[in-house]
Design a protein around this ligand. Sequence first.
Ligand SMILES: CC(C)(COP(=O)(O)OP(=O)(O)OC[C@H]1O[C@@H](n2cnc3c(N)ncnc32)[C@H](O)[C@@H]1OP(=O)(O)O)[C@@H](O)C(=O)NCCC(=O)NCCS
Length: 171
Amino acid sequence: MRTRRAVLPDVEQIHALIAQYSPDGTLLPRSLAELSENVRDFVVVEEEGEIISCGALHFYGRHLTEIRSIAVSPKHKGKGAGRVLIDALLEEAEYHRITCVCLFTRIPDFFAKFGFEYARREELPDKIYKDCLKCPRLHACDEVAMYRGTLPKIAAVSLEQIQVPLASLQA
Ligand SMILES: CC(C)(COP(=O)(O)OP(=O)(O)OC[C@H]1O[C@@H](n2cnc3c(N)ncnc32)[C@H](O)[C@@H]1OP(=O)(O)O)[C@@H](O)C(=O)NCCC(=O)NCCS
Protein backbone atom coordinates (compact mmCIF):
# COMPACT_ATOMS: atom_id res chain seq x y z
CA MET A 1 0.00 0.00 0.00
CA ARG A 2 1.46 3.38 -0.94
CA THR A 3 0.16 6.94 -1.14
CA ARG A 4 0.89 9.46 -3.85
CA ARG A 5 -0.52 12.67 -5.24
CA ALA A 6 -3.17 12.04 -7.88
CA VAL A 7 -2.49 12.79 -11.54
CA LEU A 8 -4.99 13.39 -14.35
CA PRO A 9 -5.06 9.78 -15.60
CA ASP A 10 -6.37 8.79 -12.12
CA VAL A 11 -9.56 10.81 -12.53
CA GLU A 12 -11.71 7.98 -13.87
CA GLN A 13 -10.79 5.62 -11.02
CA ILE A 14 -11.34 8.39 -8.45
CA HIS A 15 -14.71 9.09 -10.06
CA ALA A 16 -15.69 5.42 -9.85
CA LEU A 17 -14.57 5.18 -6.21
CA ILE A 18 -16.60 8.22 -5.14
CA ALA A 19 -19.60 7.15 -7.24
CA GLN A 20 -19.96 4.00 -5.12
CA TYR A 21 -20.76 6.16 -2.09
CA SER A 22 -22.89 8.86 -3.75
CA PRO A 23 -26.32 7.22 -4.26
CA ASP A 24 -26.98 6.91 -0.51
CA GLY A 25 -25.63 10.40 0.19
CA THR A 26 -22.48 9.24 1.98
CA LEU A 27 -20.39 11.36 -0.41
CA LEU A 28 -21.34 14.25 -2.65
CA PRO A 29 -21.23 13.17 -6.31
CA ARG A 30 -18.28 14.58 -8.27
CA SER A 31 -18.36 14.87 -12.05
CA LEU A 32 -15.38 13.94 -14.21
CA ALA A 33 -15.02 17.62 -15.15
CA GLU A 34 -15.01 18.73 -11.52
CA LEU A 35 -12.50 16.04 -10.58
CA SER A 36 -10.22 16.99 -13.46
CA GLU A 37 -10.33 20.61 -12.34
CA ASN A 38 -9.47 19.67 -8.76
CA VAL A 39 -7.26 16.62 -9.28
CA ARG A 40 -4.30 18.41 -7.66
CA ASP A 41 -6.26 18.36 -4.38
CA PHE A 42 -6.30 14.57 -4.35
CA VAL A 43 -4.11 11.94 -2.75
CA VAL A 44 -4.62 8.28 -3.68
CA VAL A 45 -3.67 5.01 -2.02
CA GLU A 46 -2.52 2.27 -4.37
CA GLU A 47 -2.19 -1.45 -3.87
CA GLU A 48 -0.72 -3.60 -6.62
CA GLY A 49 -1.26 -0.78 -9.13
CA GLU A 50 -4.95 -0.34 -8.27
CA ILE A 51 -6.30 2.81 -6.64
CA ILE A 52 -8.08 1.56 -3.52
CA SER A 53 -8.65 4.86 -1.77
CA CYS A 54 -8.82 8.58 -2.45
CA GLY A 55 -9.28 11.82 -0.58
CA ALA A 56 -8.83 15.51 -1.15
CA LEU A 57 -7.53 18.54 0.67
CA HIS A 58 -9.31 21.70 -0.40
CA PHE A 59 -7.52 24.95 0.45
CA TYR A 60 -9.38 28.04 1.64
CA GLY A 61 -6.12 29.62 2.78
CA ARG A 62 -3.43 28.99 5.37
CA HIS A 63 -6.10 29.52 8.02
CA LEU A 64 -8.26 26.64 6.80
CA THR A 65 -8.25 23.59 4.58
CA GLU A 66 -10.91 20.92 4.27
CA ILE A 67 -10.58 17.16 4.00
CA ARG A 68 -13.23 15.89 1.58
CA SER A 69 -14.20 13.04 -0.77
CA ILE A 70 -12.71 10.36 1.49
CA ALA A 71 -13.34 6.88 0.09
CA VAL A 72 -11.87 3.42 0.48
CA SER A 73 -13.03 0.80 -1.99
CA PRO A 74 -15.62 -1.44 -0.24
CA LYS A 75 -13.54 -4.57 -0.75
CA HIS A 76 -10.48 -2.93 0.82
CA LYS A 77 -12.12 -1.48 3.91
CA GLY A 78 -10.74 -2.38 7.31
CA LYS A 79 -7.14 -2.92 6.17
CA GLY A 80 -5.72 0.45 7.19
CA ALA A 81 -6.09 2.30 3.87
CA GLY A 82 -8.27 4.95 5.48
CA ARG A 83 -5.66 5.60 8.14
CA VAL A 84 -2.83 5.78 5.59
CA LEU A 85 -4.89 8.22 3.50
CA ILE A 86 -5.81 10.57 6.36
CA ASP A 87 -2.21 10.55 7.63
CA ALA A 88 -1.00 11.52 4.14
CA LEU A 89 -3.56 14.35 3.85
CA LEU A 90 -2.60 15.68 7.29
CA GLU A 91 1.06 15.53 6.31
CA GLU A 92 0.23 17.52 3.18
CA ALA A 93 -1.61 20.11 5.30
CA GLU A 94 1.42 20.34 7.58
CA TYR A 95 3.72 20.74 4.56
CA HIS A 96 1.65 23.78 3.52
CA ARG A 97 1.73 25.09 7.11
CA ILE A 98 -2.06 25.08 7.38
CA THR A 99 -3.22 26.05 10.85
CA CYS A 100 -6.66 24.39 10.78
CA VAL A 101 -7.99 21.32 8.97
CA CYS A 102 -11.77 20.86 8.96
CA LEU A 103 -14.25 18.34 7.63
CA PHE A 104 -17.95 17.50 7.69
CA THR A 105 -18.87 13.91 8.43
CA ARG A 106 -21.40 11.39 9.68
CA ILE A 107 -18.65 9.21 11.17
CA PRO A 108 -17.00 11.46 13.77
CA ASP A 109 -15.59 8.47 15.67
CA PHE A 110 -13.35 7.64 12.71
CA PHE A 111 -11.94 11.17 12.51
CA ALA A 112 -11.61 11.50 16.30
CA LYS A 113 -8.90 8.84 16.00
CA PHE A 114 -6.83 11.45 14.14
CA GLY A 115 -7.30 14.19 16.74
CA PHE A 116 -10.32 15.91 15.15
CA GLU A 117 -12.70 17.62 17.56
CA TYR A 118 -16.24 18.90 17.16
CA ALA A 119 -16.77 22.42 15.81
CA ARG A 120 -19.84 24.56 15.23
CA ARG A 121 -20.56 25.12 11.54
CA GLU A 122 -20.58 28.88 12.02
CA GLU A 123 -16.96 28.65 13.17
CA LEU A 124 -16.06 27.66 9.60
CA PRO A 125 -17.56 30.47 7.47
CA ASP A 126 -15.51 29.65 4.37
CA LYS A 127 -16.96 26.17 4.21
CA ILE A 128 -20.50 27.47 4.78
CA TYR A 129 -20.12 29.95 1.94
CA LYS A 130 -18.58 27.44 -0.47
CA ASP A 131 -20.95 24.52 0.02
CA CYS A 132 -23.56 24.74 2.75
CA LEU A 133 -25.50 27.71 1.38
CA LYS A 134 -26.01 25.83 -1.90
CA CYS A 135 -26.86 22.54 -0.25
CA PRO A 136 -30.49 21.34 -0.25
CA ARG A 137 -29.87 19.96 3.25
CA LEU A 138 -28.81 23.34 4.68
CA HIS A 139 -31.49 23.25 7.36
CA ALA A 140 -31.52 19.50 7.83
CA CYS A 141 -27.83 18.71 7.82
CA ASP A 142 -26.97 15.44 9.54
CA GLU A 143 -23.21 15.90 9.27
CA VAL A 144 -21.06 17.17 12.10
CA ALA A 145 -18.30 19.70 11.64
CA MET A 146 -14.88 18.78 12.98
CA TYR A 147 -11.53 20.51 13.09
CA ARG A 148 -7.91 19.87 14.02
CA GLY A 149 -5.54 22.69 14.89
CA THR A 150 -6.59 26.24 15.72
CA LEU A 151 -10.06 27.39 14.68
CA PRO A 152 -9.71 30.22 12.14
CA LYS A 153 -10.13 33.78 13.34
CA ILE A 154 -10.32 35.05 9.77
CA ALA A 155 -12.24 33.97 6.67
CA ALA A 156 -11.52 34.27 2.96
CA VAL A 157 -15.14 35.36 2.47
CA SER A 158 -16.47 38.54 4.04
CA LEU A 159 -18.79 37.96 6.96
CA GLU A 160 -21.52 40.04 5.24
CA GLN A 161 -21.70 37.31 2.59
CA ILE A 162 -22.87 34.80 5.14
CA GLN A 163 -24.43 36.84 7.92
CA VAL A 164 -28.09 36.45 6.95
CA PRO A 165 -27.88 32.76 6.04
CA LEU A 166 -25.86 32.16 9.23
CA ALA A 167 -28.53 33.80 11.32
CA SER A 168 -31.13 31.46 9.82
CA LEU A 169 -28.81 28.49 10.47
CA GLN A 170 -28.67 29.37 14.14
CA ALA A 171 -32.42 29.97 14.41
C1 LIG B 1 -14.53 5.51 6.66
C2 LIG B 1 -13.48 4.82 5.79
C3 LIG B 1 -12.69 5.85 5.01
C4 LIG B 1 -12.54 4.02 6.70
O1 LIG B 1 -11.56 3.40 5.90
P1 LIG B 1 -10.86 2.03 6.32
O2 LIG B 1 -9.73 1.77 5.39
O3 LIG B 1 -11.90 0.98 6.43
O4 LIG B 1 -10.32 2.39 7.78
P2 LIG B 1 -9.02 1.79 8.50
O5 LIG B 1 -8.96 0.32 8.25
O6 LIG B 1 -7.81 2.57 8.11
O7 LIG B 1 -9.36 2.05 10.02
C5 LIG B 1 -8.62 2.97 10.84
C6 LIG B 1 -9.31 3.01 12.18
O8 LIG B 1 -10.62 3.60 12.07
C7 LIG B 1 -11.63 2.72 12.55
N1 LIG B 1 -12.80 2.88 11.68
C8 LIG B 1 -12.95 2.47 10.41
N2 LIG B 1 -14.17 2.82 9.94
C9 LIG B 1 -14.79 3.48 10.95
C10 LIG B 1 -16.08 4.07 11.09
N3 LIG B 1 -16.97 4.05 10.08
N4 LIG B 1 -16.37 4.67 12.26
C11 LIG B 1 -15.49 4.70 13.28
N5 LIG B 1 -14.25 4.13 13.22
C12 LIG B 1 -13.91 3.53 12.07
C13 LIG B 1 -11.01 1.34 12.46
O9 LIG B 1 -11.63 0.46 13.40
C14 LIG B 1 -9.56 1.64 12.80
O10 LIG B 1 -9.44 1.80 14.21
P3 LIG B 1 -8.10 1.33 15.00
O11 LIG B 1 -6.94 2.00 14.29
O12 LIG B 1 -8.32 1.84 16.37
O13 LIG B 1 -8.06 -0.14 14.86
C15 LIG B 1 -14.18 3.81 4.82
O14 LIG B 1 -14.98 2.95 5.57
C16 LIG B 1 -15.03 4.46 3.74
O15 LIG B 1 -14.55 4.73 2.65
N6 LIG B 1 -16.32 4.67 4.05
C17 LIG B 1 -17.30 5.17 3.06
C18 LIG B 1 -17.05 6.61 2.68
C19 LIG B 1 -17.09 7.53 3.89
O16 LIG B 1 -17.87 7.37 4.83
N7 LIG B 1 -16.22 8.54 3.85
C20 LIG B 1 -16.10 9.54 4.90
C21 LIG B 1 -17.03 10.63 4.60
S1 LIG B 1 -16.69 12.02 5.66
